[in-house]
Design a protein around this ligand. Structure first.
Ligand SMILES: C[S@@+](CC[C@H](N)C(=O)[O-])C[C@H]1O[C@@H](n2cnc3c(N)ncnc32)[C@H](O)[C@@H]1O
Length: 400
């Protein structure tokens, strides 16, 4: 393959605590989104004229009322949104939500919070005020702060629905910074050199939840062999294999990930770990180190969005050769609609990937299907399913 797929975004996934068990790799900062159960909830907009919005004030509509612009772009919310993101990420990093939640119903005063997190200065009040303004926190007439319902549920680390680490380690750490260089990447076509080591502490979460969702939509009953291409530490494979009697999975990965993954695999129960193996592979190589026509299913999750466009068709051709007759290729990724008009979260994730994969394709079902069919998959038979609503899709190619 001509170019190295180097930017495997720090993806997604997000975060259930279960996912967080498995370390994510250094080498592979992946970008994968949250599965349905834990993905960021986009708060419903309230209607114009809401009593929450004093008349005459400009609303921060990401979290609040309907735009005064009747469906047109809300410029202020977009322009100020990055500050709101940083308020949220910073509160997570400083453990502000954890500390406030720990106080329970009684709430916390700013001075006590400052003492608990080691910040003594008026800037803490400034941060808390923003957090109240964007509805992360509530403050009562006695100056006591409490977390909002969504913050308590999703951003307090002891909650089973917590996905704050996804925001801190994946959205904030690599991408928020890199998006500042988007204009330069757009004009130069050169993405910044990817430094895997920088993201070493990031974890691989999200794929386990995704795999559960996948199994609801797409059974692999009767399949014996699955190939999980660039499958990370195997989270997707473990879940699918664990739920599919008789199925074995081979994960193709770069050497460093394979080595780490083999250690992580020991945490899995024997009936699962004995059926998942890792083979070192460099996706730069045209040939995959597997036997042709020997797999029932090939899975590529968050791979197509992470490689330069010319590589995509080659990966699908390799998948075609690896599959036996009757086999299926499952391509899962951030995929926009065929009209290239949204959904917004998928479009924005794809845009974010440009900063680390400047030659990547804006994936739509028909772009994927046309490459699958050019690679040999059945014409007119491919299917597309929604996965993480408004964010990811699954495109299935069939080999007759
Ligand atoms: C975005 S992650 C996706 C991981 C997995 N498919 C999932 O959904 O959880 C991309 C993966 O591609 C792997 N990768 C990066 N470069 C590679 C290469 N040249 N050959 C094989 N795998 C590679 C990374 O190690 C990383 O685990």
């Amino acid at each position: 393959m001509a170019t190295a797929p180097r930017a495997w975004l720090l993806a997604g996934g997000a975060a259930s605590r279960a996912h967080y068990r498995s370390s994510f790799s250094a080498v592979a900062v992946a970008s994968w989104p949250v599965a349905a159960s834990w993905r960021p909830r986009v708060p419903a907009l309230t209607v114009a004229g809401s009593p929450l919005v004093p008349a005459g004030r400009r609303a921060f509509s990401i979290l609040g009322p309907k735009l005064p612009t009747d469906g047109d772009v809300d410029l202020d919310s977009i322009a100020y949104g990055y500050i709101a993101s940083q308020a949220l990420f910073t509160a997570l990093k400083l453990e502000i939500f954890d500390k406030i939640a720990a106080a329970g119903d009684s709430g916390v005063r700013v001075a006590d919070l400052g003492e608990a997190i080691g910040i003594n200065g008026p800037r803490l009040q400034t941060l808390l005020t923003s957090l109240v303004a964007i509805k992360c926190l509530k403050v009562d007439a006695n100056g006591l702060y409490r977390c909002s319902v969504n913050i308590t549920r999703f951003m307090v680390s002891s909650s089973e629905h917590y996905y704050g680490d996804f925001l801190k380690l994946q959205m904030d750490r690599p991408f928020h910074h890199q998006m500042g260089g988007l204009a330069k990447v757009m004009t130069s076509g050169e993405d910044p050199k990817y430094s895997a080591a920088k993201y070493w502490p990031a974890k691989n979460y999200g794929s386990e939840e995704l795999a559960k969702d996948f199994l609801i939509k797409q059974k692999l009953d009767g399949a014996n062999r699955m190939l999980d291409v660039a499958g990370g530490f195997g989270a997707f494979s473990y879940t699918v294999v664990g739920a599919t009697p008789g199925l074995e999975s081979t994960v193709l990965e770069v050497p460093a990930v394979c080595r780490a993954a083999e250690q992580i695999r020991e945490r899995e129960p024997a009936y699962v770990r004995n059926r998942v193996n890792f083979i070192e592979m460099d996706a730069n190589n045209v040939d995959w180190p597997v036997e042709n026509a020997s797999f029932d299913a090939v899975v590529m999750s968050y791979v197509s969005s992470s490689v330069p466009e010319p590589i995509i068709g080659k990966l699908y051709a390799n998948a075609f050769h690896a599959l036996r007759s009757g086999g299926r290729l499952f391509v899962h990724d951030f995929i926009v609609d065929d009209n290239f008009a949204g959904p917004a979260l998928a479009a924005l994730w794809a845009l974010q990937h440009v900063t680390v994969n400047a030659e990547g394709l804006c994936l739509s079902p028909s772009e994927i299907i046309s490459r699958m069919e050019s690679a040999g998959f059945d014409q007119g038979k491919s299917k597309t399913l929604e996965m993480i609503e408004g964010m990811t899709k699954l495109v299935i190619g069939y080999k007759s």
